[in-house]
Design a protein around this ligand. Structure first.
Ligand SMILES: [Fe+2]
Length: 321
């Protein structure tokens, strides 16, 4: 039985009343209760031949348990793959983020901490792991892949800037969660291989506030929701959603803006090919000169990129403020 075939009931009493007289079916493990509408035929014989009802239902409590179990299973695989197979490890990271974002409630989002612990612990014992993971080229785009890439660059930046291990984990979590507010935005908009309409762009611009709302309910350091809220702000006040200026923004948010822009420029998107690091950094110098991005943080970020990428692809003597 695939979870794709299951639909949730929620705690709305009107809906519960609707399904209160359903027959109950339990999965083989007997751990989670699935529900079907009364009168729909379903038994082990039909299941054997894949003839299950089109719609099954699972309680929110069981759904959360199932997602957390799946995240735990993928984290176990990640811990194994990260030591031997960077390509598969990066895929695992992306998978665990996708699973967690499929049920982005506080008790599920907090499981991202386990993923970050695995990656940072491996990085501290084997620094090349970050280099290997950031060099993997994928011609694909999804929010989970973007979050994974940003997380890896956040870790590299935090290390380069001299943050301690706890702050490094904080940066990693910020990277994995900064765009969590995109969960409500349809894929047709996020992956549109064309210029967005004004209305579509207005929809996109809602994600920082939505992310902040979701993350402030979690048991995270306050910098995590703040960073989700501020990562599209710019020093001169030209960003969104609030048009905050430099003095109102935390260093964490300023760093996240830089990592986010760099990741967007250097990875594939349905509407563009990736830039090489040197091109992207040159473009970003202009953003620093225009008082959009922080020059001091950018300088540290450049060192991070030089350390993580092929030196022939990067520029080591950029002009920045
Ligand atoms: Fe964003």
């Amino acid at each position: 039985m695939q979870s794709d075939n299951m639909y949730e009931i929620n705690n709305d009493p009107r809906l519960l009343n609707k399904y209160i007289d359903c027959n109950v079916y339990y999965e083989n493990e007997g751990r989670f209760g699935l529900y079907k509408k009364k009168g729909v035929a379903f038994d082990p014989y039909r299941m054997k031949f894949g003839k299950h009802p089109d719609h099954l239902y699972i309680s929110i409590h069981d759904r959360i348990g199932k997602v957390k179990n799946e995240a735990k299973r993928l984290n176990t695989k990640l811990a194994r793959d990260i030591k031997s197979n960077p390509v598969r490890a990066k895929q695992r990271m992306s998978e665990v983020v996708a699973v967690i974002l499929s049920e982005p409630r506080s008790e599920v989002l907090e499981d991202m901490k386990d993923t970050i612990d695995i990656i940072v612990d491996e990085y501290l014992s084997s620094p090349d792991v970050l280099k290997n993971l950031t060099r993997i080229y994928v011609k694909d785009y999804s929010t989970q892949l973007h979050l994974t890439n940003v997380m890896l660059f956040c870790l590299g930046y935090a290390n380069e800037a001299g943050y301690n291990n706890d702050d490094m984990k904080l940066f990693g979590l910020m990277g994995l969660l900064h765009d969590v507010g995109k969960v409500d935005i349809p894929d047709e908009i996020l992956s549109a291989p064309r210029k967005l309409s004004n209305d579509e762009f207005e929809t996109i611009k809602k994600h920082p506030r939505r992310g902040w709302q979701m993350l402030k309910e979690c048991n995270f350091d306050h910098t995590i929701p703040t960073c989700a809220l501020e990562h599209h702000e710019r020093l001169d006040g030209s960003g969104y959603p609030e048009g905050k200026k430099s003095v109102e923004l935390s260093d964490y948010s300023k760093a996240m803006s830089i990592v986010d822009v760099y990741e967007a420029l250097t990875t594939w998107r349905p509407y563009k090919d990736p830039m090489i690091p040197k091109q992207a950094l040159k473009l970003m110098v202009q953003e620093v000169d225009d008082n959009k991005l922080d020059g001091h943080i950018f300088k540290e970020f450049v060192h991070c990129v030089v350390g993580l990428t092929d030196k022939n692809d990067t520029i080591q003597s950029l002009r920045y403020r």
